[in-house]
Design a protein around this ligand. Sequence first.
Ligand SMILES: [Zn+2]
Length: 399
Amino acid sequence: MLNLLMVFLMNGIDYEVSLLRDLVEIDTDVMKKAGYSDCASLIKEKMKELGLKVEVFDPNLADGIKRPSVIGTLDVGSDTTIGFVTHYDVVPPGEGWTKPPFRLTLDDGKAYGRGAADDKSAIAASLGAVNIVRDNARFNIKIIASPEEEIGGEWGIGYLMRMIGINFDFGIIVDSMPNIVSIGASGIVQGEIKVVGKQGHAGYPHRAINPVHELSKLINEFEKFIKLREGKLSSADAPPGSPKKKVWGRLSFTMLGGGIKENVIPSEAWTRFDMRLLPEEDPEVAKKEMLEFFESVKNVIKGFATISFKGTDRGYLTSPTNRFVKSFVESTKIVFGSPLPLAASLGGDDGRFLADRGIPVVSYGTIAEDTNFHGVDEYVHLKDLKNVRDVFVNFIKRN
Ligand SMILES: [Zn+2]
């Protein structure tokens, strides 16, 4: 019975599974970066076999480590080019695997291995689509396979977008889920609130101002601001399973510190926060609102409170009425019988590198929620590999 199931599932995805096997066997651990060149060479060869024009870009950083990004182009003479963005680096395997992380194991409709889902199956699905549709493509295609995504993408897709100026008319970040089409991601504002009190002996609290106690009062006050943020709703839907229908504003205090010894009331205490914005929200406006709230409550405490902002990342939102988005959703309908829902991500994603350049972008891919990506025994469902490839095939064929 299991064997029959395997035969059924493997039907029509031999090319993809064989490519995935070759890719998984190269350890492209983002921390070691040792397999980058070998993996890039493999991808380059596979692209050439499909008749793509191949270019390789390396930022040539001072550390001497190679970080090759491979771009394969199918030029059918269209005035429109679609970009498929993938990454070949992986996170370290970690301990506790029951299957070898750098060998593809097929079992019960799944293919196991580090990167089997995130994100080597994306390379297999994208090249697999071109393999099928090459002679019927309506658009020019660019398939990008970069390293460094797992540490932020600055020297992978970021380098290609910002410094090389790679361009296309519509992008698909093939590094996402198979059951929704993501059209945006939340922005981020991070920072710190610090309270300075007056240091003293814990036996004599009346002579000190305890910043730990005062900071906790301040954090309590921020519950009102968190409620306020929660009331802000995006025009974009939240992913299925979220507590709200639309993407909403979020604020979390995520780090806490202060003090040197149990019997010393410290002079300072601090907390750090992570505020998630609506995809379409301006980070500067969000910062200003938080600052104003802080100013309105900082005097409820003794001692002296300050706020500072650190990391900021703008979110993005692609219009659901964009013609490529509509066509992409139609392609999912052909494969699944009904169109997949559009939603914006609660986290961030690499679409920002494209959105920054004004390129409309969606995220879609083979990484289902249950695939243990970044965990032990990572796998991809073979049916997802096939479906995602087929969505791409239909999209490339459509006008
Ligand atoms: Zn990924």
